[in-house]
Each structure stands twice: as structure tokens, then as C-alpha cells.
Write a protein that binds this ligand. Structure first.
Ligand code: NAD
Ligand code: UDP
Length: 317
């Protein structure tokens, strides 16, 4: 029997590259697709001699014509950091809309199961806390974050339409803030900013007064949850995957100073428009459905991430 094949878009990105590694470990053939708009070859260079990995440089806003059989499509391509999607608003909307449409059609043509990487941003700046999947969200449709939030909401709607119309076997994972090795050091997200600032002895830039919260999930935990959702269940509605341990951004800055041993000061900068004030996943559904919950405590995850950042810092100087 031929090996089962997964196709992963965004394969040269932070999460996509970890998913490629997981699929290879699980014994699959992997086709990775990426146009490097926010990803890097560095994230997949360890696979150069891997027989079961094929890489295709391609922009998924264009249809992808493939001869191979495909069993699973993980659609992870999209700028994900606010700094990236502010700089790439049209590309972000197009990969969420046309890119999702193209990858849904590919899954339909191949009879593959399709997973959309969605996001906690579909909840916007939420009035419900923590956020369960049943919450419809509070998104500003014309604010600077809307290019990402609305593209993902559209992508979810399109994915559900393929389920309803064609009975495509779909999954929607709503990913909450995730961190770990292979994040771009300059992607502008809070953890890369704080760690690089701390390592360089520069001030840590807290936006607003730092009272806003996030809940950070270590990448290995996230990938395990995503894998179980794809492979273990036939569940066709969104599932939150993330770590429910919530922290104020100001306290997170202090934690980073502590683990890096840095003497950097903390400075306060303006809060970006529509920055969500509180974010924490309700993971009841993932627990019940997948028997999954995060295992890596933040201290341990941060130590592993710090190790990676120290190693790569010279590439960004
Ligand atoms: P990333 O920027 O590191 O990776 C995204 C990858 O997609 C990059 O390699 C980029 O080059 C590629 N890409 C973008 N547009 C493309 C296109 N048109 N054609 C082909 N490739 C394209 O971001 P990430 O953190 O790895 O996020 C991956 C996915 O997970 C995204 O869909 C994102 O919305 C979602 N997500 C991530 C987080 C998180 O905390 N990391 C949270 C919520 C959702
Ligand atoms: N943030 C910050 N300083 C930074 C970068 C981000 O205080 O240098 C804040 C940001 O305003 C937000 C939180 O940290 O409240 C998480 O931001 P990030 O860009 O990582 O992701 P988001 O969850 O907003 O998509």
C-alpha cells in the first residue's frame, strides 16, 4: 500500500514546519507548500535529505495542480503576526479567501480531509470570558486587524459551506497564542519582541498599561491537539486549541526578564487599535473530544524557546 500523504500549506512557517515534522514522525508522506512571504527556508532546511518530504514553492491564492493522491490537507498558510498582516493586508485577505477556496477545491478533488487553521481572533475583542466555541465574537469589520479576523471568519464560513454542500470532511481549529522555536525573531509578536529585547539589553516594549491578557501555548502541545483533531475524530465544528493559563502582558514582561536574567527596563508604548483586552480559551470541548490538554508549563516552554532564540540572535543582527 502507498504511504498516506498529507499536504501542508504554510509549511515553511512557525506552526507549519512543526506540523511537517509531526506528520513525518507519524509515518506520512508530506507535501509542503509555501511562498515564503512570512516563512523561511531555515525552518525546513533540516528536511533537505528527507525522502518522504516534497516541497513546492507556490502561492496558494493560485490553484495548485497536483498529480499525487492526497489524504489530508492542513491549510496553515497565512501571515499570523499583527505586524505581518498590517504590512500585508491584501495578501492576508487573499490567502484567507482565495487560498482557502483553492485548498478546499483541492481537498474535494482528492477526496481528502481538510483542516483550516483558524484563530482566536475570530472572537475579536471578546465580551465573553473565557471564550467557548459557541461565542460569535466581537470583531471590528473595518479596523486594522479586520484583514486577518475577517479573512479567517470568511474562511470558516467557506469551509462550513463545503461541508454542507459537498459533505467534505472538514476540521476547523481555532488556535490561541502559541510560541516556541522557529518563530521569526522579528515577527513583532510579544514573545519574540520581549525575548530579543531582553537578550540585547534593550527596553521591553509593553503596549498600553500591560493589563491586557493572553494565554500562551507551547508549540508541542498545540501540534498534538491539532493532530488528534485531524486524525482521531470526525468532528465538523470549530475546536479551540490553546493553553488556558492566562497572564497579564506586564507580568509576562517580568517573567521574560527573570528567565533571561536581563536588566532591561520596561517602557510603555501606545496600545494598538482594537487590541483584545482579555483572551483565554475555554478548552472543554478539546478535553472531551480529544482527551487533550496542554502539558508544558510556561516556565519550561519559555526555557526551550529562549535556547532557540539565543542560537538564532546573530542571524538578525
Ligand atoms: P507564520 O507566518 O510563521 O507561517 C505562515 C506561513 O504561511 C509562512 O511560511 C508563509 O510564508 C506562508 N504563506 C502565507 N501566505 C501564503 C500564500 N499565499 N501561499 C503560500 N504560503 C503562504 O505563522 P504561524 O504562526 O506559523 O501561523 C500558521 C497558521 O496558524 C496561520 O494560518 C495562522 O493564522 C494560524 N494561527 C497561528 C497562531 C499562532 O499563535 N502562531 C494563532 C492563531 C492562528
Ligand atoms: N504586545 C506588547 N508589546 C510588544 C508586542 C505585543 O505589549 O512588543 C502586546 C499586544 O499589544 C497584545 C499582546 O502583547 O496585547 C499580544 O500581542 P501579539 O502581537 O503577540 O499577538 P495578538 O495576541 O495581539 O495577536
Amino acid at each position: 500500500m502507498n504511504k498516506r500523504t498529507v499536504l501542508i500549506t504554510g509549511a515553511a512557517g512557525f506552526l507549519g514546519s512543526h506540523l511537517v515534522d509531526k506528520a513525518l514522525r507519524e509515518g506520512f508522506r508530506v507535501i509542503g507548500v509555501d511562498n515564503f512571504i512570512t516563512g523561511t527556508e531555515e525552518n525546513i532546511k533540516h528536511l533537505a535529505n528527507e525522502q518522504e518530504f516534497i516541497f513546492i514553492e507556490h502561492d496558494v491564492i493560485e490553484p495548485l495542480d497536483l498529480k499525487e493522491e492526497i489524504d489530508y490537507v492542513f491549510h496553515f498558510a497565512s501571515p499570523a503576526s499583527p505586524k505581518d498582516y498590517y504590512a500585508l493586508p491584501i495578501e492576508t485577505m487573499r490567502v484567507g479567501s482565495e487560498g482557502t477556496y483553492n485548498m478546499l477545491n483541492l481537498a474535494k478533488e482528492k477526496g481528502a480531509t481538510f483542516m483550516l487553521a483558524s484563530t482566536s481572533e475570530v472572537y475579536g475583542d471578546p465580551e465573553v470570558h473565557p471564550q467557548p466555541e459557541t461565542y460569535w465574537g466581537r470583531v471590528n469589520p473595518i479596523g486594522p486587524r479586520s484583514v486577518y479576523d475577517e479573512a479567517k471568519r470568511y474562511a470558516e464560513a467557506m469551509t462550513m459551506a463545503y461541508k454542507r454542500l459537498y459533505n467534505l470532511d472538514i476540521r476547523i481549529v481555532r488556535i490561541f497564542n502559541t510560541y516556541g522555536p522557529r518563530m521569526r525573531l522579528n515577527d513583532g509578536r510579544v514573545l519574540p519582541n520581549f525575548i530579543t529585547q531582553a537578550l540585547k539589553g534593550e527596553p521591553l516594549t509593553v503596549y498600553g498599561d500591560g493589563s491586557q491578557t493572553r494565554s500562551f501555548c507551547y508549540v508541542d502541545d498545540l501540534i498534538e491537539g491539532i493532530w488528534r483533531l485531524m486524525m482521531r475524530v470526525k468532528y465538523h465544528e470549530p475546536v479551540n486549541i490553546g493553553n488556558p493559563e492566562e497572564v497579564k502582558i506586564i507580568d509576562f514582561a517580568r517573567e521574560i526578564l527573570e528567565i533571561t536574567g536581563s536588566n532591561s527596563p520596561i517602557v510603555f508604548k501606545p496600545l494598538p487599535q482594537d487590541d483584545p483586552k482579555r483572551r483565554r480559551p475555554d478548552i472543554t470541548k478539546a478535553k472531551q473530544l480529544l482527551n487533550w490538554e496542554p502539558k508544558v508549563p510556561r516556565k519550561e516552554g519559555l526555557r526551550k524557546t529562549l535556547h532557540y532564540f539565543k542560537d538564532k540572535l546573530h542571524l538578525y543582527e
